[in-house]
Design a protein around this ligand. Structure first.
Ligand code: ADP
Length: 223
């Protein structure tokens, strides 16, 4: 089973992906996280991606496709996986079909207005120690700039700065329509409203997932 999470930066794909992992057990694969790790590890891939990511542009298809292929070939993805941030272009979607023609698939598009995206991302901070993500709009840490979990310093991602967010949104909208059309055509597309409490949003996502899983079980019984 393949679950693809679509949505603008800051729409909550990462958080919802983690919730799905906890409930259903499938590993979450975040292209952004993999790329950021490659930058930290200073691998050739990371060196190629760093400047592009800082600008808010897309890393080239061949780099991202190779990276995802390597990841989904691992043992823990055998029964299913969640994709967060991939595919982002039609050629990535086509490459995914080729590398893993999954029978059961659902694409969940988390919808969020651009102005909400900008507010949310501007308030996002990440702990340099434990990678926990804070949203200052929801809750400020007791000591400014300090992580409540581990005492690490809270940082803002270079591409979360307001001037870069606008570029990331532009890139996102340029690619989105084609991808949505592609998955609507495949009959696997569903959209949920992202401007909601994270628990309520997860409930909407779960009911979509439960329906898909039910379908898969029924289809198996028919065969
Ligand atoms: P967001 O979804 O909030 O933009 P991500 O963490 O998913 O953040 O991605 C951060 C950056 O990593 C993107 O702006 C882009 O430069 C790069 N990136 C992530 N996924 C892809 C992808 N599938 N194709 C190309 N570039 C990607």
């Amino acid at each position: 089973m393949r679950i693809i999470l679509m949505g603008a930066p800051g729409s909550g794909k990462g958080t919802q992906g983690d919730f799905i992992t906890r409930k259903f057990g499938f590993p979450k694969i975040s292209s952004g996280d993999l790329l950021r790790q490659a930058v930290i590890d200073n691998t050739p891939l990371g060196r190629e991606a760093e400047a592009v990511m800082k600008r808010g542009d897309l890393v080239s298809d061949h780099v991202v496709i190779g990276m995802i292929k390597e990841r989904i070939e691992k043992e823990d993805c055998q029964h299913g996986y969640i994709l967060d941030g991939f595919p982002r272009t039609l050629s990535q979607a086509l490459a995914l079909e080729k590398m893993s023609p999954e029978e059961a698939e659902i694409v969940i598009d988390i919808h969020l207005d651009d102005n909400v995206v900008i507010d949310r991302i501007s308030a996002r901070r990440i702990c340099s120690g434990c990678n926990h993500i804070f949203n200052l709009l929801l809750k400020s840490p007791e000591h400014k700039g300090i992580c409540e979990n581990c005492g690490g310093t809270l940082l803002q991602r270079a591409d979360d700065k307001p001037e870069v967010i606008k570029d990331r949104l532009k890139v996102y909208h340029e690619q989105r329509e084609t991808l949505v059309e592609f998955y609507k055509e495949k009959n696997v597309y569903a959209c949920v409203e992202g401007d909601a409490d994270r628990e309520d949003l997860f409930e909407s996502i779960c009911s979509l997932l439960d329906r898909t899983v039910e379908h898969v079980i029924k289809d198996d019984m028919v065969q």
